[in-house]
Design a protein around this ligand. Structure first.
Ligand code: PMP
Length: 428
């Protein structure tokens, strides 16, 4: 018991995704500025993974802080049934324009944004009087930790205790690709064949992470593949759900991965960068056609779903301020890919580096190391420890090392990130 308390540093906290018996002690962060996290003890660290992929404009951004503070003085929270408010309306107008999806439904995080998309898709068919059972997702997917989101995600160590409680999902292979991959077209064709077969069964929805599977190992596919999937889904009159919780708001070099791939989904789940990564909020965008399927005199048509903090005004104010910043300087996300590229090229022939891939602000590669590929590969913690000694916070996914820095990251800081990676590679 004593050792448990010592290891968790605080006897009352239960940290996420952490086995306390073996994890290193967490460090106390006292403040953040730009891409830097300031520790109670030790030098500042570059937050090279945007604190679980959320922090978009950097920590402690004055525009974000001012927008949230101003809103807190005006209206911090109000029930969103019977009432509405200006920050929510403005966000709805803006997101409908940039996503091409007219209706916005609020929730609290990425998992709930996905849950809502799945519930909307299933109930839409139900409301049409043609309920459909099958949902199709991709191998390696991660859509969140609530039950519906877990069901559509890859079944693994994390979901194993709940396996019997998760609804069945049909799976399509994910044809990951990387620099110099010569088998990509073959892999894509094989995946599309599986999809074609599955689409012969009446299907409510296909859900995918467009261009980039995050937790599944920063596994990227070509825009051509995403387009081919969307085409088949739409030709089969099946709903397409884009989980852009990670990829939204510039991460893949365009406003949304769907834009970069050139597709228009029926439903889109957003979170993380939505509020610039400052406050927890999720939204599910839906087309007007989908929305109209829930409108009518019969109460059974209603989407009976909601959360206490629906459309929290602080979150909406943060989201509007974040959109202001993105609109003021789209080059910050559009130009990031080029900045990564020059560094990645240096790693191209490193014997420890394989499968280099890049989209927008996200750069990744696989370590050529012993052991089973996956989240528990021991190379990850080693790279993390060495990078931290070089002032950079990384959190590899097993043998997959990646950078996903905030837009505030300077050239010098990016250089430091790659320097820390090279130092870790030298010691492996
Ligand atoms: N979808 C994707 C693509 C994600 O990357 C994540 C989180 N990493 C989620 C959903 C779940 O979001 P949250 O952790 O906010 O529930």
């Amino acid at each position: 018991m004593a050792s448990f308390e010592a290891r968790s540093r605080h006897p009352n906290l239960w940290p996420p995704f952490t086995q306390l018996a073996t994890a290193a002690l967490p460090q106390r962060i006292v403040s953040g500025k730009g891409s830097l996290l300031y520790r109670e003890h030790g030098e500042p660290l570059i937050d090279a993974i945007s604190s679980w992929w959320v922090t978009l404009h950097g920590h402690g951004h004055p525009v974000m802080a001012a927008a949230i503070a101003e809103q807190a003085h005006r209206l911090e929270q109000v029930i969103f049934a019977d009432f509405t408010h200006e920050p929510a309306e403005r966000l709805g107008e803006r997101l409908s324009v940039i996503t091409g999806l007219e209706r916005l439904f609020f929730s609290d995080n990425g998992s709930t944004a996905v849950e809502v998309a799945l519930k909307i898709a299933c109930q839409w068919w139900h409301n049409q009087g043609q309920p459909r059972q099958q949902i199709i997702a991709f191998d390696g997917a991660y859509h969140g930790d609530t039950f519906g989101a877990m069901a559509v995600g890859e079944r693994n160590l994390f979901s194993e205790p709940f396996e019997q409680k998760l609804f069945p999902v049909a799976r399509v292979p994910w044809p990951s690709t990387w620099w110099g991959d010569e088998a990509v077209v073959e892999k894509e064709d094989a995946a599309l064949q599986v999809l074609d077969q599955l689409l012969e069964t009446p299907t409510a929805a296909v859900i995918l992470e467009p261009l980039l599977q995050g937790a599944g190992g920063m596994a990227m596919v070509r825009p051509e593949f995403v387009r081919a999937v969307a085409q088949r889904v739409q030709d089969s009159n099946v709903l397409l759900i884009a989980d852009e919780v990670l990829t939204g708001f510039g991460r893949t070099g365009d406003w949304f991965a769907c834009h970069r791939a050139g597709i228009q989904p029926d439903l889109m789940a957003l979170s993380k960068g939505l509020t610039g990564g400052c406050l927890p909020m999720g939204v599910t965008m839906a087309s007007e056609r989908i929305f109209q399927g829930f409108v009518g005199q019969d109460p059974a048509l209603t989407l009976w779903h909601g959360h206490s903090f629906t459309a929290n005004p602080l979150g909406c104010a943060a989201a509007n301020a974040s959109l202001d910043l993105l609109e003021a300087n789209p080059e910050a996300f559009r130009g990031f890919e080029q900045r990564h590229k020059q560094h990645l090229q240096r790693l191209l022939n490193h014997p420890r580096v394989g499968r280099i891939r890049l989209t927008g602000t996200v750069a990744a590669f696989d370590l050529n190391v012993e052991g089973t590929a996956g989240y528990l590969n021991p190379a990850g913690p080693t790279v993390k420890r060495i990078a931290m000694e070089h002032g950079v916070f990384l959190r590899p996914l097993g043998q997959v090392v990646y950078l996903l820095p905030p837009l505030s990251t300077s050239d010098q800081q990016l250089e430091q990130c790659y320097g820390a990676i090279e130092a870790a590679l030298a010691k492996l």
